[in-house]
Design a binder for this molecule. Sequence first.
Ligand SMILES: [Zn+2]
Ligand SMILES: [Zn+2]
Length: 233
Amino acid sequence: MQTFDALLREAEAAHGHLCAGQILGVRLAMLGCQRLGIDDPKGVVNPIDRKRLVTFIEIDRCATDAIGVVTGCRLGKRAIKFRDWGKMAATFVDLAAPLSLQGDTPVYKAIRIAALESSKQRARELYPQIENKNQQQMLAYREMPDTDLFSEEWVAVPIHPREMPGYKSARITCELCGEGINYDREIRRDGKTLCEACATPDARYYQPLTPEDFAAISKAGAGSSPPPACEHC
Ligand SMILES: [Zn+2]
Ligand SMILES: [Zn+2]
């Protein structure tokens, strides 16, 4: 395993700045790998370790980037599974040996690690003289023992073969919009094969703008608000 400082430098570069979330994320992911006995998750020295890990992350916040850096898991490799629960927690799944089978779905051993609510209070107690919360937490989270930062639980995680990295699926075309659908995400409805957006248009995360909508928005001059800042800064 790379050192904490080396991983933190990588996390800083990937995230764009150093913040308490990076320190928490690096430590959380290092602990996860350590518990599973995965010494080289990115497979720098031992390529076998590289494909041993799938990570479920329950928040899209600063620490999320750091967890990706330490584990080498990437959304684009299907090795990160995002569950939007708004919780500072992640589950590290060891693909080395399934525990059992649930139907056609292998169940794997995993460790779920969550940041303790009390860690912020502990940081205040350790560095009461530092007013800036990010600075206070950055110092404290470096040195606090794992037991003051995290709770841990061994869990079993079923992962269907179609959700695994490297799964090859047939490419299906939606009969309504003509767009391609991967990974068996097509839906059969009224005798048609449809994509998610066409099957349940009301549940789309977007709604098409009409030319009238677009003209009205352009006139109002919308679309120039600045991106949101990091929560720690
Ligand atoms: Zn940040
Ligand atoms: Zn469609």
